[in-house]
Design a protein around this ligand. Sequence first.
Ligand SMILES: C[S@@+](CC[C@H](N)C(=O)[O-])C[C@H]1O[C@@H](n2cnc3c(N)ncnc32)[C@H](O)[C@@H]1O
Length: 760
Amino acid sequence: MSNSPQPKVIEPIRRAFPALKAQAWHYKLHPYYTKQPSNVVGEYIRHFCPEGGLVVDPFCGSGVTGIEALANKRRTLCIDLEPLATFITRMGLAPFDKDAFWEAYRQVEQEIKPVMEFVRKASPQELEKYNLIEWYPRGVKLPSNADREYVEELFGRTQLISLAHLHSAINKVDHPQAKEFLFFVFSGILSRANITYHIDPKHAGGGESGIFMVFRYWVPPHPDYRDVWKLFQTRARLVAAAKEKGDKFYGDFSKEQNIFQVHCDTAENLGKYVAPGTVDYIYTDPPYGAHIAYLDLSTMWHAWLGMDVAPEMRAREAIENGDQQFDEKHYLEVLQNSFEAMFKALKEDAWLSLVFHHKETNLWYNIRDMMRYIGFKYVNTVAQPLAKQTFHKVKNPLRVLGESLIVNFQKSASRKIMEPMTLPMASVIKNSAERAIYSRSGATTEEILREVVPELFEANLILDAASKNMGDILGILAEDFDQDNNGQWQIREGRKVGNFIPPKDRIKYYLINYLRREGKANFDNIVTTVLPLLVNGHRLTQQDISDVLNEIAVSYDGVHWELRERDRLQGVMPLLGERDAFEPGIPSSTHHNQQIYKLALLAEKAGLSIYIGKQERSDPMLARLKPLPHLNLQSSPEDMKRIEQIDIMWAQPDGTPLWAFEIEESTTILSALERFRALLMAAPQIGINRRLVILAPRSRRRKLQQELTSSSYIGHPLFMENKLNYMYFEDLELGFSRLSRQFSMRAEEIRSLCQLPPPK
Ligand SMILES: C[S@@+](CC[C@H](N)C(=O)[O-])C[C@H]1O[C@@H](n2cnc3c(N)ncnc32)[C@H](O)[C@@H]1O
């Protein structure tokens, strides 16, 4: 037996943490559009990254991930495309010299005092006549959806004069670090020192900038004109106090070399800054669709801080719409490149936590598929509120959860296509509701939703759920539960617990999910994980678990259990009829390659490996399926070239071909026959039982047969007519739909979609 230490197995995080956003010492350093609750980020970092390890956030925004990494003694690398974001992040991480800062502050205060006294007293006419020679951004266009055309129009005259003088005074500071921090303070007041700022009775702090309310330069009817110096004074204190606290949190750790890096670049270029396989953990919160156009929205800050954004950078922003009018394809392409770079950078088995916003549920399937193709293993989802929630009358049940989920993935060396198992939505809702109620002796709607949402997500039902409104969900609950006088749901009297999903299926569902995640586990761990997930109204016992375990898993050492190959690969459980069963979506590509893709999914379901033609594997959709690189065949170089062009082969893991498929949409089948001939010479056994398949539209049936019969492949020596099978696109379409819903399939079941060549 080997004595090498077992790598530490990290359990997923399964619960939400109370989001204490505003309490963080760094919360008020600088405003930013969407900040992650730092205590939650801290929990994830401590859990998923060892001390001293490297935490990366390639969409870092205001740098919450970086700050939490340093504060928890982890190194960090942060990237953002936006100069403002990287500035905020850098200043959050950089060391702070308090004395130099306050000395520089006093210098600025002295310099600006006379101007401030003048603007406070001056009449509108005097302000108008004032000859402002200090620099301020002139002629910088705001985004097209702004209420003003140019940056300078965002300021009242007093504000503009004050800001221009303040900017000039800071510029005169000699101490480079103090100067940067004063510009950081300056930048921090900009959102209040302009005409988008107003008093909002609904806002707890009283005032808010239109920029942060509606994510565009919206000018409210009654702007609130704040005194620029007072804003500066207050923020300088806030920044200094926060930085002093930060230095305490970072301690001596921050003085070590190369402890943090911040880069203004696209996340796609992560590989420029880290070697492959060196990152311990990624926590990231990328933009979602068309919600916020970050670069557009930061125009005012970039203009004042002299930050240029090159057109090549603008072209890489991961958003939809915006002034660049990006489409969804662009958005997904940038995300995909970025996640591929993250995959490369991560260590083997390392984790990636992705913040996902409910609002953009329609993107979920694209992102889930993308992650899966890249090689990430989906592990679990936590409904994590971003801020303290008030549970008002909400229209959409998903909204109550603060519009945020944390989806956890793991980098896996042996990539397998795994579909989540599917159950009917109402059953999933009732089942998790029952669990919530049972474990608490009554549960509120909110408590139930907190259990329901991650389960819907994992059961692939989130899109359906997003289209439901609160009434639908309450209606489903009301079918089997009653609300008591305290507004808590209770199990209806006289009702047996635990029958929304048959107990055995339920055990299977949790067991398969658990073993897929863990790979192997001993019986004690299995029981302690799975039993609590099963409502025990049916008195499910260890014996029940053991029975199901024997059915779906094997133990080679008598201690650890692992799934049988079939169940490891696939898990679409046709429970309670096929009505709601899941059929994997086929990504967009050419029709030809989509057929290959379907056949590849079926191969995986049958537990076989795939070999994809040399030409086809340049399609990223197919490349991501990680086909076998080589075939286990001996052949002449010319014939090998032909064989390698066969569209797709099903093979044993060692590359021995078992089935071969050629897709012929409109061209003659002669080249397909030539490739099959080459294959038959090298692997004659593939001809037995017609495992050479031509796929074509049914309309070409007759034509193909003519081509075959008039070719030289008929009769001696190959007798191709006895070795060939036909499959029509229409049959693959229907068959795929059926087979992909099955729990697993035998390779031979593909015959049910084939037709013998029609007689001459
Ligand atoms: C949701 S925000 C991140 C907020 C961050 N979690 C925080 O707590 O402040 C998304 C960020 O992605 C950035 N971004 C957009 N496209 C990018 C790209 N291609 N590469 C890197 N960052 C990008 C935006 O500038 C924005 O700061």
